[in-house]
Design a protein around this ligand. Structure first.
Ligand code: ZN
Length: 352
């Protein structure tokens, strides 16, 4: 397997629900540390890896969020059923019957998201999807006491059980947390690519925390770095047979998306025209396929990052994937490669 896919697999197999990014942060640091001059971790848990460039060259921040959507233990009842709240905008419909992992202070505990069975559900219940509030986690224990004995306690984070599958003759990857472990792997590979190439810029390669709960880590990381310009690497939504073009215009396999506008509640970003032009001309000069995208109802770290300090011109390079925030996110290897090429070329050719 190519190095970038090996890195991606390691990132996916490490847990990192929002606010609990320790494991994935360790992998990120290990994979990037030999290719940079310095690695710091800030108080929130963001990793800031610095690769020095020419003195007085531009200061470029490239950011990918480390965290993934998950759940958090709310309480355990007398009979040992574990109830939870979502951590991030998880697709609740995809939870039913899924294997999950509870991350306790004593280690990991497996469980399954249980639902009311077909025999006990009323016809109207069978016709609708099941909200998370009507599910529980069955961790194979018979009481609250037994749950406590194996380490389960209130506030423990929960992830989908980890897996990494490739199919489509090796062209496709299917796994939970492709959002945003693909972005992390692209960022790490782009930094590796800089190794033997002359570049003016000092590059701040940042793995951010808590993006899925409101782009929180990017805010402190951007104010610490205070770059001249930033590129965010994340995932976007790829079309499927049930999603009309009116909603989603990007396809998997057609190259990275350059997002021009998004807006989710109070969080959003509009790409400056100069940045749009820079990314398009970089892609065209390198012969890299790309897609332009306008996608309301979502946001990335660009939303908080660009508002830092006196304002930071920010561009987004996004890898399309299907089935977002479910355990079976699906993306194409070619898009991961092309996003890496675009980010590498962008960093190398940017001049203030
Ligand atoms: Zn994301």
């Amino acid at each position: 397997m190519q190095e970038i896919l090996e890195t991606l697999k390691k990132l996916i197999m490490a847990a990192g629900p929002s606010g609990f990014e320790q494991q994935v942060r360790e992998v990120f640091v290990k994979e990037i540390m030999n290719h940079v001059d310095q690695v710091q971790v800030d108080a929130l848990g963001n990793v800031i890896a610095v690769k020095n460039g020419r003195k007085n060259g531009p200061r470029i921040m490239v950011a990918a969020h480390l965290d993934e959507v998950g759940l958090i233990v709310k309480y355990v009842d007398e009979a040992g059923w574990v109830y939870f709240e979502p951590l991030g905008f998880i697709d609740e419909r995809s939870l039913a019957g899924q294997l999950v992992t509870i991350h306790t202070h004593r280690g990991t505990v497996s469980g399954v998201a249980g639902i009311k069975g077909k025999l006990s559900a009323k016809p109207e219940e069978l016709a609708k999807s099941i909200p998370a509030s009507e599910m529980w986690i069955d961790a194979g224990v018979a009481s609250q006491k037994e749950a406590g004995e194996i380490g389960i306690s209130i506030g423990d984070p929960i992830t989908f059980q980890k897996r990494f599958e490739t199919f489509g003759g090796g062209s496709v990857i299917c796994a939970p947390s492709l959002d945003n472990r693909v972005g992390c792997s692209v960022l790490i590979e782009a930094v590796r690519n800089l190794k033997n190439k002359p570049h003016d810029a000092t590059v701040y390669a940042v793995g951010t925390v808590q993006e899925e709960v409101g782009c929180r880590g990017a805010k402190t990381a951007a104010s610490a770095v205070n770059p001249d310009v930033a590129f965010v690497v994340d995932t976007t939504i790829g079309e499927d047979p049930a999603t009309p073009r009116k909603v989603v215009t990007t396809k998997i396999g057609a190259g990275p998306a350059i997002r021009l506008m998004d807006q989710s509640l109070m969080l959003g970003h509009i790409t400056p025209p100069r940045m749009k032009q820079f990314l398009i001309s970089t892609a065209e000069a390198e012969g890299i396929p790309y897609q332009l995208e306008v996608l309301p109802r979502v946001a990335t770290d660009a939303a908080t990052l660009h508002l830092s300090g006196r304002g930071i011109p920010t561009g987004s390079i996004l890898i399309p994937r299907r089935y977002f925030h479910t355990p079976v996110e699906l993306a194409m290897v070619s898009d991961i490669q092309n996003a890496t090429r675009l980010l590498t070329a962008g960093v190398m050719s940017y001049h203030a």
